[in-house]
Design a protein around this ligand. Sequence first.
Ligand code: 8X3
Length: 250
Amino acid sequence: MTKTALITGATAGFGDAIARRFAHEGWKVIVTGRRQGRLDALVDALGGPEVAHPLCFDIRDETATRAALDSLPEGFAQIDALINNAGLARGTAPAQDCDLDDWRAMIDTNITGLAVMTRLTLDRLIARRGLIVNLASIAANWPYPGGNVYGGTKAFVQQFSLGLRSDLSGTGVRVTSIEPGLSESEFTLVRTGGDKAAYDKLYAGANPLQPEDIAESIYWVAALPPHVNINSIEIMPVSQSWAPFQIHRD
Ligand code: 8X3
């Protein structure tokens, strides 16, 4: 039987690559995002409305999320995998200099949007003994200057994933937290407010992860036998590792 994956934030970066990977493997995909034109182009690229269904809404809006899910046509109404990819970082300033609107955007999207989408699809996922993959980040595991609220939201995603596993015991639903490090995508342009020079500087000579690398990991998780649960995967490019703790001296 053909399986269906719902991928949030599919208009760029990881989400776009994940949708392409799952469709390539014969899955039907529901692709969500805020940019209708990009969703339509993606549906075309994936093979049209038999294979892919677009849902255009803002994941921070619970009413819109409910309406979008309620609108799913019969052929896309069952959900075998929820890939909670929609999320963003805004800024790299120290906490004492941050804009509260940026913090709210991250909390509303990365925490509230993800939790609402999960809650609203849980019955369908349980009915299919499905899979939830949540996009966390290495920022959940490793603090760094300027990570503040972004890292906090991703720590929520990681711990929420583990909690879901506990609550879903006996349902057959699998849950995985994916924790990528330095990755090349539109994510960084959003984080820097569209600063292409900062984008180029971050990636120069670093050979960062590509969206296809993340899609590959998630498809591997999905394709494992149903008795196997990958709890978490932390992924970095080879170029990225750790530095000593900073010590401030008077
Ligand atoms: C994004 C990866 O290294 O900017 O989640 O925290 S990093």
